[in-house]
Design a protein around this ligand. Structure first.
Ligand SMILES: *Cc1c(COP(=O)(O)O)cnc(C)c1O
Length: 455
């Protein structure tokens, strides 16, 4: 199989070589003799590959690098990838095509006219996309930002003054904490309950604690619906309600939800919904979304107010905290190209859960395997514990924990942190039933090979 993807890459690159000649000879494409030769040489090579494809019989390929030191990336073709952070960001076919077509620098800006703002561009239909995004997460307005973290940063910038307190989960992602710190804010952690869940009640207690200590209410509460450590579901509805009572704005962090499951921000009681394109919306990095309600639109998407003291220059309707335009190239167009499928796929989240639960039920038939995340699983990301199974083997194996990595690699499975056999995370999102069964069988096979009992 491996050779096929290599040949496809070779063929794609040959086509790009030809495209290069067209660029060099624009606009009339009148080729010199040299250029004609070069063009034809590529056709010939391409023809040879096509012939091999037709016969399904390949000569070798030594294509390994795109260019000096940059290897081809074939992880999604050669392997089943269960990397915790990569599953939801795998590109759709349409997104991959968009990357080829819109790769040039500011490629979104061909038809940028007054008022010169990315989210207002009609062709390609960025404006429409941004409106669809707001509706998609049940909010009034949205913008594409440079990853979820940029969404946190924009909200922090707009809402926090130096020394203001913002509450985060005890399982908060580092980038949220850094966003708060970067604007001089102080982050304080809401404790987990015994089930490792953030609730409205915990949030209320922490709000009161901050009020007692500082005499002021926190200026922001930001909690992820599913955390990145265990992918436990946190009580965002309860937190939303508590925040409403105190009139504290609530940021719903949907890095692990927006784009894989349905999200209705207003129903949750969120003032801001943040999502990650490259984590959960089948998009390239760096992409994300920030959505809000009419109430906060003018505040977080505030436009520039100052003017030049010498020139009197003003920058119109550029949005200050966004630094004007955000993702102005291929990643945005690819995100748009994926969107129809993303909008459809969230409706099938229950099937993804069914597959994840099936895998976990098979995985835990291996004696000693445990699940650290809450059960039953409500997300495709799960933290498991194999201290009493694979780690026992690792202790005696000459490759230590890498034995598991090796065994999985042999079976064309990748994405686990190399060398770990105690606790690790895996994500089955997007695998089909065949792949799920293959994955479960692979783990069971490895267990049996090392004489671990399997029920
Ligand atoms: C991945 C993740 C982020 C960061 O997302 P980016 O889009 O890479 O900025 C933030 N919060 C949580 C909970 C995450 O899992």
């Amino acid at each position: 199989m491996t050779i096929e993807i290599q040949k496809i890459c070779e063929a794609e690159f040959l086509l790009e070589n030809m495209r290069e000649v067209l660029r060099r000879t624009a606009p009339d494409h009148r080729f010199s003799e040299e250029e004609r030769k070069e063009f034809d040489k590529n056709i010939k090579k391409l023809d040879k590959i096509v012939e091999e494809m037709k016969k399904d019989k390949y000569t070798g390929s030594n294509l390994k690098y795109i260019t000096d030191k940059i290897e081809l990336r074939r992880r999604e073709e050669d392997f089943i990838n269960i990397d915790p952070i990569q599953s939801g960001g795998r590109l759709t076919l349409e997104a991959r095509k968009a990357m080829i077509a819109y790769g040039d620098g500011y490629s979104t800006c061909d038809y940028c006219f007054k008022p010169f703002r990315l989210d207002q561009i009609q062709k390609p239909p960025i404006h429409e996309f941004v409106e669809d995004l707001a509706e998609f997460v049940g909010m009034d307005t949205a913008r594409v930002v440079r990853g979820a973290r940029n969404g946190f940063q924009i909200v922090s910038n707009a809402l926090l003054e130096k020394g203001d307190v913002a509450l985060v989960s005890s399982l908060a992602h580092y980038s949220l904490c850094l966003a708060i710190e970067s604007v001089g804010g102080i982050w304080r952690e809401i404790p987990l309950n015994k089930d490792r869940i953030i609730t409205g009640e915990n949030t209320r207690k922490k709000i009161e604690e901050v009020r007692e200590k500082t005499g002021k209410l926190p200026k922001l509460v930001a909690v992820s619906h599913f955390d990145y450590m265990f992918a436990n579901e946190h009580d965002v509805h309860g937190i939303g309600k508590t925040c409403k009572e105190y009139k504290i704005p609530f940021l719903y962090n949907g890095a692990y939800t927006v784009g894989v499951m349905p999200v209705d921000g207003k129903k949750i009681g969120a003032d801001f919904v943040v999502g990650s394109g490259h984590k959960s919306m089948a998009s390239p990095a760096p992409t994300g979304i920030l959505a809000t309600t009419d109430e906060y639109t003018d505040k977080i998407f505030a436009t520039t107010k100052l003017e030049g003291d010498l020139t009197g220059r003003k920058f119109g309707v550029k949005e200050t905290y966004l630094l004007g335009c955000t993702v102005m190239g291929a990643p945005l167009i690819a995100m748009m190209a994926s969107f129809p499928k993303v909008r459809e796929r969230v409706k099938h989240w229950d099937e993804e859960l069914e597959k994840a639960r099936f895998f976990i039920s098979e995985f835990t038939k291996i004696n000693g395997n445990k699940v650290v995340s809450e059960m039953p699983r409500k997300h495709t990301l799960t933290k498991v514990d194999t201290t009493d199974s694979f780690d026992k083997i690792a202790k005696k194996h000459k490759r230590r924990g890498y034995f598991l990595t090796d065994e999985l690699k042999k079976r064309k499975i990748t994405g686990l942190f190399p060398g770990t056999t105690r606790e690790f995370k895996l994500n089955t999102y997007g695998l089909n039933w065949n792949q799920i069964r293959y994955l479960a069988d692979a783990f069971k096979e490895i267990a049996e090979k090392y004489k671990i009992n399997v029920d």
